[in-house]
Design a protein around this ligand. Sequence first.
Ligand SMILES: [Zn+2]
Length: 313
Amino acid sequence: MSDTKLQSEVQTVADPGDSPVLIYALGGLGEIGKNCYCIENDNDIVILDSGVKFPEYNDPGVSYIIPDFTHLAQNERKIRALCITHGHEDHIGSIPFLLQTVRVPVIYAPRLACALIKNKLAEYNLGSKTQVVEVDENSNLVCGSFKVQFFHVTHSIPDAFGIYVTTPQGTVATTGDFKIDLTPVDHDFDMSRLTRFGDQGIDLLMADSTNAEKEGYTPSEKNVKKGIDEVFSRAMGRLIISTFASNLSRITQITQCAIKHGRKVCVMGRSMEGNLKIARDLGIIKISDSSLVDPDRVQHLPASQVCILCTGS
Ligand SMILES: [Zn+2]
């Protein structure tokens, strides 16, 4: 997420005589974290993402910073759905707190985010509070007077989407987090679908991308793999690599390099273990049991045959 976002905090798409459509953010603008947009008219509210922000050094004792849900609590009867762009914590992390504040009839999320959300709700014992429904680029959702569709984008986690919302007053596209990477590790950015939405008309485009204000191009994720491979080639002893547990594209690259260089992968940390299990169950990360090693067995292997994967970067 960028420090400074390109869209203003509140946009109104109004047509005199009809119910105005309000588009506002409860978090995620001018900050990194707690992304949460809402689209609202007289009858309905659709929420787009519900993330957390992680505390800084000057927030002692704070576990998570979440959006202020007061307005949603005051308009609970209008909430039709929560639609998710992708499974990063700054887009799904505050869902348990949202569900403890208001009733959300249904959460629509892409495949991986769906699995991560279900896991999260089970952890908080909130599984019965709502239903979580998987969506993809073919989904056409009707949420009250709003129609919701999705388009695939490239990001550092698989199954990342932008969302196209048709309201009675006009259309809104939000990209979610994205990088236009011509040689991505995962899925291509579906430009043709976004172009089709463009042909239909986009009255408001909400787009942001880290460092969008800087000139030039961000290198492809494929280049990162080259760098990781070089590190594996040079390393003589034990390799310890830390990354975000939710950066599954990067974790995929690391596990592939470990297998290629004859190292067993030792996963440390609850979130890393949980995410790797979900990604393996979904077939997103392909690594056999024999290529993994438990933390308590690492010391029995030669250092040159081990790669420890942990969070804390
Ligand atoms: Zn993200």
